[in-house]
Design a binder for this molecule. Sequence first.
Ligand SMILES: [Zn+2]
Ligand SMILES: [Zn+2]
Length: 187
Amino acid sequence: MLSSTLKSKRCSFCHSVFMPARPMQAVCSPICARRQVAEKRVEERAQIVTRKEAIKTLPVLKAEAQKAFNAWVRARDAALPCISCGAPPPDLTKLHAGRDAGHYRSVGSAAHLRYHEDNVHGQCVHCNQFRSGNAVDYRIGLIARIGAARVEVLESDNQVRKFTADELRAIRAAYRAKLKQIQKDSP
Ligand SMILES: [Zn+2]
Ligand SMILES: [Zn+2]
């Protein structure tokens, strides 16, 4: 008799003791077999994500951190007028809402301020993309919003800063979380 030659063992998935119906049977039931396959798939997918993350270059991580940061800026300033021309907040039911995250000191000339909360504000697409950021009016709007002292701090900040991969990942994670918090708080 086959069953008498097999000894009871522990299910490799749920760890309960069971009597195998055939040799090499590792799990107690079809349910555990399915769950084990599903769990392995999840693990494999997670490993792929981890591997992909590990080989990301600095430019890729910079862009991802910027995307997360900018999305948060747009959400933070969603109810505010354009920082430079004062255009009223746009209709938020529209995609992207016609609003950019506009840098006061540009990423090109002041890369160390690319994720600085005082340096980036909700700006209408017209000002940001067609009027080169509308810098003169931006300064006036910025002083009105954060005060002259903080604007001067920004303007005199010329410390070169290099972001490491892990710093960029931390920035990306922090602003994704901050965006989620805003979305949770505003119904
Ligand atoms: Zn089991
Ligand atoms: Zn504008």
